[in-house]
Design a protein around this ligand. Structure first.
Ligand SMILES: [Mn+2]
Length: 335
């Protein structure tokens, strides 16, 4: 696993040679995963390649928040994917289980590559292009396309811009670099409608989601003494909470940013129940706690300031107690 020039050059060569490709975004896809997969896929199709773009979900439904991404109408279910690709590329997948049921197909392909930016990704494919210094997989894909000499049209540029905007919290997170802003500038010049993308990403939630967000923030537990006095806000969203507002699991994903909006509290955490009754923990930090390492130790992963994990316990009180205990361990503090 390396982000070095050799892997990058090998991947560019493999993409150049391949004629039949499958691109895989991670399960519960987010804008970075889908935007990266669609941008790369649309560019490959324009270069004459046969490309299937997919992710694992059962039933296979493109989340409402991602359905507007250019090319999203061409996403196919895992069962519809070509049987004999030359190359499979997983996008934004930090660990093998993020491919879901598509993992065996990826391992069967002559070449399996991963393009990702999660620090917890230790490499699990033939070619691992993992760059933890990149704020979004979309930024790595944009650089790959420039290396391939493949122009981005408006649809490709829109996917890249949405991927990068989303994973940088609209260019707010510390992971945003001068290169990120320069790349955004080139995407502007390619004609993206940045105001429309921002509206779709950040100001187009169903009213029911906004109402649930208010409930979640109101019901959150504030522990000012957590994490050595850095403070934490912890909220729980059960299946019953979602059912009252008729919301799917993926629609409550963005509520963590509502909690993280509170000043004077370093860590925001939401514990969410999925349709199968298992809990997922999402965390954000403003910089005093390395939630990436905390979540990796709990079997998950992510970035220093945004990470998550799936607890082994199905007992919500135990899940919250374990999270609080982890937050109080001094080894995750950034001094
Ligand atoms: Mn990402």
């Amino acid at each position: 696993m390396t982000a070095g020039g050799d892997v990058r050059a090998e991947l560019v060569a493999a993409i150049g040679r391949a004629r039949r490709l499958v691109l895989v975004a991670h399960v519960n896809p987010d804008p970075d995963a889908i935007g990266s997969a669609l941008a790369l896929g649309l560019a490959m199709r324009a270069a004459g390649r046969e490309v299937d773009i997919t992710f694992d979900a059962e039933p296979f439904v493109v989340p409402r928040a991602l359905a507007w991404f250019p090319g999203a109408d061409t996403l196919v279910a895992p069962g519809q994917v070509m049987a004999d690709p030359d190359l499979v590329i997983a996008l934004d997948c930090a660990a093998p289980d993020r491919l879901g049921r598509l993992l065996p197909m990826a391992h069967r392909a002559p070449t399996f590559a991963v393009v990702d930016h999660h620090r917890s990704n230790t490499g699990f494919a033939d070619l691992d292009l993992v760059d933890p210094t990149s704020p979004a997989t979309g930024q790595i894909v944009a650089e790959l396309l420039e290396e391939l000499g493949w122009a981005w049209d408006n649809a490709i540029a829109t996917n890249l811009y949405a991927a990068i905007s989303s994973d940088t919290g609209s260019f707010r997170f510390a992971s945003t670099t001068a290169d990120t802003h320069r790349l955004a500038g080139r995407l502007h010049e390619a004609g993206v409608d940045h105001a429309d993308i921002a509206r779709r990403l950040y100001s187009d939630r169903p009213l029911s989601v906004v109402r649930l967000a208010a409930e979640v923030v109101t019901g959150a537990t504030h522990d000012p003494m957590a994490a050595g006095g850095a403070g934490a806000l912890i909220a729980v969203v059960s299946r019953a909470d979602r059912a009252r507002h008729k919301l799917a699991y993926d629609e409550v994903e963005p509520l963590i940013s509502d909690l993280a909006a509170a000043g004077g509290v370093d860590v925001a955490a939401i514990v969410k129940e999925d349709d199968q009754g298992s809990w997922k923990v999402s965390t954000r930090s403003k910089g005093a706690v390395d939630v990436g390492r905390l979540c990796a130790d709990a079997g998950g992963g992510g970035h220093t300031q945004a990470a998550g994990y799936t607890p082994s316990s199905t007992d919500i009180e135990e899940v919250v107690a374990q999270l609080c205990a982890a937050l109080n361990r001094p080894d995750y503090r950034i001094t």
